[in-house]
Ligand binder design. Structure first.
Ligand SMILES: Cc1cc2nc3c(=O)[nH]c(=O)nc-3n(C[C@H](O)[C@H](O)[C@H](O)COP(=O)(O)OP(=O)(O)OC[C@H]3O[C@@H](n4cnc5c(N)ncnc54)[C@H](O)[C@@H]3O)c2cc1C
Ligand code: SF4
Ligand code: SF4
Length: 412
């Protein structure tokens, strides 16, 4: 018997771990934290599991997305998805700004939507309360709960697992997630339940092995009971820091700078699917938020600032209303700011073209994406970068034997 389409998406390295399939069919599809392969769905054996997987495949953006559905009017939109207007700004509430990953703009906008009655809840992720090595998707309805999710989690997290709860919500909900999470939620046919979607920029999600390497670097004893783990926030970009219990009480680990944690520990453990991702900035969202790295912080815990993009009229309305109400402090910037702020993401869009060519040569499946032309960005890369990228991809495919089917192992 052939594999069901969700197991096949995982096996072929096309799954992003968004969680939409499991969120929509929780009785038959469960997300499992595989330390190496990432948080991935496992489908129940039998006919009911297969039927659920076949229905779930329709909302899987890991396998297929259609960029032709997006209104794009110029070269900026062609690369990044619709960009109506852009700002650099931060949460007016100092605690939100400090706690947030960059300037707390996501939390400020979500909180403003709650407080102004635009939405009755905010679907987002946060560290699992009893085990912060893992993350969970929740719907928050208070400032306190929303604040518990502020700050990026550079780890596996399945924001779209909240799809079932959103669909059955009595009020409209703000959805916050990575671009791949937003893309699946937008395929789920629940737009009537979504007040706005907010996508965070994303260069890739590291696995649990990376989290454990980080904890070792922070000096957290292997068997210690972890009580908190922060990857970002508490200033911009913030320190990576943990808390854990000892017989003497709770201990706070040393903090290491974001540049060391991401650059030397976490980023090398991003999953392969992230290396062939074509949407790092949330093209399908109403609003996208990232770091204005072109105006970097001077230190590790500066007052934060976010880069804020309105992509749809609904997103634009919420941002403008939040600014007018004093919830968000923001200054308009040029529409071409994303390329300035994220040169690495622009280069990686180009490299994806070459990576996918090589995947095909190795007989591997690639995502089906309509209406996105990567070739021009590839052609813009200097010859040396093209060669390095091709050689690096071949090495990675061979070393990790990426053509072999991924089999998920780990805890649900
Ligand atoms: C894995 C990862 C890679 C990133 N890469 C880049 C990058 O290359 N360039 C860049 O500019 N920015 C990147 N970011 C985004 C950046 O770190 C900030 O999230 C963004 O600037 C918003 O900051 P904020 O202060 O406005 O958000 P906050 O107010 O801190 O709110 C952050 C929101 O994001 C949600 N969230 C946190 N982690 C995750 C997760 N893993 N999955 C889904 N939702 C999550 C939280 O629930 C919260 O609601 C990345 C984030 C992550 C998680
Ligand atoms: S990408 Fe999302 S919807 Fe598709 S298989 Fe993975 S978790 Fe399920
Ligand atoms: S890089 Fe792309 S696929 Fe990977 S987690 Fe980020 S948005 Fe999802």
């Amino acid at each position: 018997m052939t594999q069901d389409p969700i197991t096949k998406a995982v096996a072929c390295n096309l799954c992003t771990g968004c969680g939409a399939c499991a969120g929509a069919f929780p009785d038959f599809i469960k997300m499992v934290d595989d330390p190496v392969n990432g948080r991935r769905p496992v489908v129940a054996a039998g006919t009911d599991g297969r039927k659920a997987a076949e229905a779930a495949a329709k909302l899987c953006a890991g396998v297929a997305v259609d960029y032709t559905t997006l209104p794009r009017k110029d070269a900026i939109d062609a690369i990044w998805g619709p960009v109506l207007a852009t700002w650099e700004g931060y949460a007016a509430d100092d605690a939100v700004r400090h706690r947030g990953s960059s300037g707390g703009a996501v939390t400020a906008l979500a909180l403003f939507a709650l407080q102004s009655g635009v939405a009755g809840g905010v679907a987002h992720v946060r560290a699992r309360q009893n085990e912060p090595r893992f993350n969970e998707a929740v719907i928050s309805t208070t400032r306190e709960d929303l604040m518990r999710g502020a700050g990026s989690r550079y780890a596996q997290a399945s924001a779209a697992e909240a799809i079932g709860a959103i669909a059955s919500s009595e009020t409209q909900v703000v959805f916050v997630g990575k671009p791949c999470d937003v893309a699946s939620v937008k395929k789920a046919g629940i737009d009537d339940k979504l007040a706005v979607t907010i996508g965070i920029f994303c260069a890739g999600a590291p696995n649990l092995v990376a989290t454990d390497k980080l904890l070792a670097r922070l000096g957290v004893p292997a068997k210690a009971k972890l009580t908190d783990l922060r990857y970002r926030g508490d200033g911009w970009p913030g320190l990576m820091q943990a808390k854990y219990m000892t017989e003497a009480g709770e201990v706070t680990s040393d903090g290491i700078p974001y540049a060391e944690g991401w650059g030397r520990i976490l980023q090398s453990e991003r999953r392969w699917r992230c290396r062939i991702c074509t949407d790092h900035t949330g093209a399908f969202a109403d609003i996208s938020v990232g770091d204005p790295w072109h105006n970097p912080p001077a230190g590790n815990v500066d007052a934060g600032r976010s880069l804020i993009i309105a992509r749809t009229p609904a997103g634009l309305r919420l941002i403008e209303a939040a600014i007018a109400a004093g919830a968000l402090v923001a200054t308009p910037t040029d529409r071409d700011v994303i390329a300035k702020a994220q040169p690495n993401l622009l280069a990686s869009q180009g490299a994806v073209f070459g990576r996918r060519l090589e995947m095909r040569a190795f007989g591997m499946k690639v995502p089906q994406e309509r209406g996105l032309s990567l070739q021009p960005l590839w052609l813009r890369l200097p010859a040396r970068e093209k060669l390095q990228s091709l050689a690096g991809t071949a090495k990675r495919i061979l070393r990790a034997k990426l053509w072999r089917p991924v089999v998920v192992r780990g805890q649900a």
